[in-house]
Design a protein around this ligand. Structure first.
Ligand code: NAD
Length: 264
């Protein structure tokens, strides 16, 4: 898919790895100036090299979506460099690496950390970015939720609660900012092949590799998503052609949410 984002400035949180990296490349190769915000310096340095080699116009900035003051400084850096901010993708997110337990065994500090990145992070980044977007010609905000935010899963209560929050926050933001020219939508990925899900399920040594087959059995397409497939949905929502799409939560999940994929 090719769209025209020439001259627009796009910010992707958690953009130095996994799905965020694919989103950043999709936006950059369709003409946007790209800002990659991430907490891990090593991945940011690698991303800067890759964007340089691709001939992209970019900024790679270290930052933390839980650091409200830091996010305001980052938006200022962007507007000083390019004078505008048009597209925000709230992608940064974490979950437990293994350690999946019922709620009464959930460590409060794990709960707090996941909510602070996955839900508060969307609030923090949006709050910092929206004034700059309103000064321009409006724009697009695309929040990354999860199928787990739409149909709850067991043993990851913080992630499920945070991602459900992101889906409904998207709708609330769409009501507030649609009239002001900022369209707000959400993509809810299903299980997607990344370093993280390989370490959990999809490599032979993953913490839950014995569960991979049963997980895939619930997906009508029978495979995990590719990061480029998630990025393509984000690209559509960022594109000029999506000018009447607002408040949508779009699953990109191979049909996982379509219904119970029973085997008889
Ligand atoms: N991979 C999947 O199967 C899957 C499924 C559903 C939803 N998602 C969601 O997609 C998004 C991307 O996931 P992914 O699988 O690519 O993960 P990932 O771990 O590969 O990438 C996440 C990126 O976010 C960055 N990050 C983490 N905490 C941060 C913080 N506080 N501030 C700034 N950056 C931070 C990480 O450094 C990393 O680069 C997340 O919101 C995740 O919940 C992923």
């Amino acid at each position: 898919m090719q769209v025209n984002l020439n001259g627009q400035v796009a910010l992707v949180t958690g953009g130095a790895n996994g799905i965020g990296r694919a989103i950043a490349f999709a936006l950059a190769t369709n003409g946007a100036h790209i800002v990659v915000l991430d907490i891990v310096p090593g991945n940011l340095a690698r991303m800067a090299d890759e964007l340089e080699q691709a001939g992209a116009s970019y900024l790679c900035l270290q930052g933390d979506v839980t650091d409200r003051a830091g996010l305001e400084r980052i938006v200022e850096q962007i507007t000083v460099k390019w004078g505008r901010l048009d597209i925000l993708v709230n992608n940064a997110g974490i979950n437990t690496n293994g350690g999946r337990v019922p709620l009464h065994e959930y460590l409060p500090e794990t709960w707090d950390k996941i909510i602070s990145v996955d839900l508060d992070g969307v609030f923090n980044m949006s709050r910092a970015a929206i004034p700059a977007m309103l000064k321009g010609a409006g724009g697009r905000i695309i929040n990354i939720s999860s199928v787990a935010g739409l149909v709850p899963l067991r043993l990851q209560s913080a992630f499920v609660a945070a991602k459900a929050g992101v889906a409904n926050l998207t709708r609330s933001m769409a009501l507030e900012y649609g009239p002001l020219g900022i369209l707000v939508n959400c993509v809810a990925p299903g299980s997607t092949l990344t370093q993280g899900t390989e370490a959990l399920f999809y490599s032979p040594n993953g913490s839950y590799s014995e569960k991979a087959a049963s997980l895939l059995a619930h997906i009508p397409l029978g495979r995990p998503g590719r990061v480029e497939e998630i990025a393509a949905a984000v690209l559509f929502l960022a594109a000029p052609e999506a000018s009447y799409v607002n408040g949508v939560v779009l699953p990109v999940d191979g049909g996982w949410l379509a219904g119970y994929n029973r085997d008889w």
